[in-house]
Design a protein around this ligand. Structure first.
Ligand code: SAM
Length: 454
């Protein structure tokens, strides 16, 4: 499990590791870093992530400390890029294919190409932050195949289920794997001694914790299995393609009685149908016989909650409680700083450095030039250089001088506001506890009739 970047990411981004390109707060792109790309064989740049903020050859990402800001490379507009990237037959084919995807007839097509080339010029000034994957970031960036459980919900659920390193957790349905990743990290017991030669199922689970995951939609199960392997989580997460309501919680190749789960999370449309397979009644019960079982179901409708609770009551579950998480994001930022006096009109979002401020100015000027070239005479006149106006280079120098030494990120009044109250309801969480089983043997042990087991 040492190879899972979700558990041990190391100081630097490594080849073949999953990485997250953070473009802006709500725009994150997961990518596996490849120093080799079969589409660009023979070129040292490796795979290229093309984003709306520019192109990022993986050679500029691999080996870089996590958290670094990485500038886009000019692979679309520069001469190096043009020769390097388009000289190859396969790449040309790929470009043609993607062009074909975007293809529109006549004038419409021409306009689109023009817009794209402007976008490429702008993109060259972009950057991303290179982040290691965490369950939280994965949740924000994963390809959605279903509704997913979000961080405010799953952090509370894992806490209420008392999930700690070593916990054995049953999860159904796995869906897009958002909860699965968070659960895998929570049960992972990386601090235990791994040198033991005892590799029985029981001891592996005790050392590592385990997520026994179930999904009955074939394609979703296949895709999640691929992700689990790609993310190095196989061994911690065991995914089974199964209908848990009909066929119970027996994983592939493992008798249910070996699971000995002590936490359960059900994100199913009809959790009450699965509950009949989560009792201690049968000898093939997947539940731990010696610990209390903590359960959570996740249902969007109150009618589902009512049916679940009725079933829980009749099956001996206790401490039944329903909770709804209403998470609000509060945006904290600095008020815009007016830099017009330094000639920085339009550069007012507290740029992080002088270089960035100048970069932004160039961007604003570039946009203005494009606008003027399109024939807006009024704009042309208003901004045409007068005799007294200094050269652009001189102007940039003046700005650099004016900003030198200033901590722009600290300027402006700190303000906060709650984000608009969009629909915050995700689902109702029903929690319950099944007390530990108590056999005659346990009773005799409690009365001191037998010596305690080692
Ligand atoms: N918790 C997941 C996540 O965070 O990404 C999302 C789960 S999604 C809302 C519900 C999933 O349950 C679907 O993928 C569906 O195919 C699966 N499912 C529904 N009924 C099932 C059943 N009886 N057995 C197994 N999986 C089931």
């Amino acid at each position: 499990f040492k190879s899972s970047p979700f558990l041990h990411c190391g100081p630097n981004a490594e080849t073949d590791s999953l990485a997250i390109l953070h473009l802006k707060r709500d725009l994150l792109i997961p990518t596996v870093l490849r120093s080799h790309d079969e589409l660009n064989e023979g070129y040292s740049e490796g795979k290229v992530s093309n984003t709306r903020f520019g192109s990022f050859p993986h050679s500029t990402l691999i080996g870089v400390p996590w958290g670094s800001q990485v500038r886009a490379s000019i692979v679309d507009t520069g001469s190096r890029g043009r020769k390097g990237w388009e000289g190859k037959g396969k790449k040309r084919k790929r470009d043609k294919e993607s062009q074909a995807q975007d293809d529109v007839a006549g004038v419409e097509k021409k306009q689109k190409v023009e817009v794209e080339s402007k976008a490429a010029v702008k993109a060259a000034t972009g950057f991303v932050h290179l982040l290691p994957p965490t369950p939280e970031i994965w949740t924000a960036s994963l390809p959605h195949r279903t509704q997913v459980v979000y961080t405010p919900d799953y952090s509370y659920i894992l806490h209420r289920l008392r999930v700690t390193p070593g916990t054995v957790l049953i999860e159904a349905g796995a869906g897009s794997g958002s909860f699965t990743h968070a659960a895998a990290r929570a049960v992972y017991n990386g601090h235990q001694n791994t040198n033991t030669e005892d590799s029985t199922q029981d001891s592996i689970m005790k050392r590592w914790g385990k997520v026994w995951s179930f999904e009955f939609h074939e394609q979703r199960a296949q895709k999640l299995q691929e992700e689990i392997e790609e993310h190095g989580l196989n061994g911690i997460v065991e995914l089974t393609y199964r209908d848990v309501c009909q066929d119970g919680f027996t994983p592939n190749d493992t008798p249910a009685s070996e699971l000995k789960a002590n936490a359960i999370f059900l994100d199913l449309p009809a959790p009450w149908l699965a509950l009949k397979n989560l009792t201690r009644a049968s000898p093939s019960s997947p539940l731990s016989p010696t610990t209390a079982i903590h359960l959570c179901t996740f249902s969007p409708c109150i009618e589902q909650v009512q049916r679940t609770i009725t079933t829980l009551r009749t099956q001996g579950w206790t401490e039944i409680e329903m909770v709804e998480i209403a998470a609000h994001r509060i945006e904290v930022r600095r008020e815009r700083v007016g830099l017009a006096e330094e000639g920085l009109r339009g550069v007012n979002d507290s740029p992080a450095s002088v270089d960035e401020a100048i970069e932004r100015l160039r961007e604003v000027e570039g946009r203005s030039r494009i606008f003027r070239n399109e024939g807006n005479e009024g704009e042309e006149q208003a901004t045409a250089p007068g005799p007294a106006q200094v050269s652009k280079q001189q102007r940039l120098e003046n700005i650099r001088h004016a900003l030198e030494g200033r901590k722009l990120y600290k300027e402006g009044r700190l303000i906060h506001r709650a984000e608009p109250e969009i629909k915050t309801h995700t689902s109702y969480l029903v929690f319950a506890i099944l007390p530990r089983g108590w056999s005659e043997e346990d009773e005799e042990l409690a009365q001191g009739k037998w010596p305690a087991k080692a």
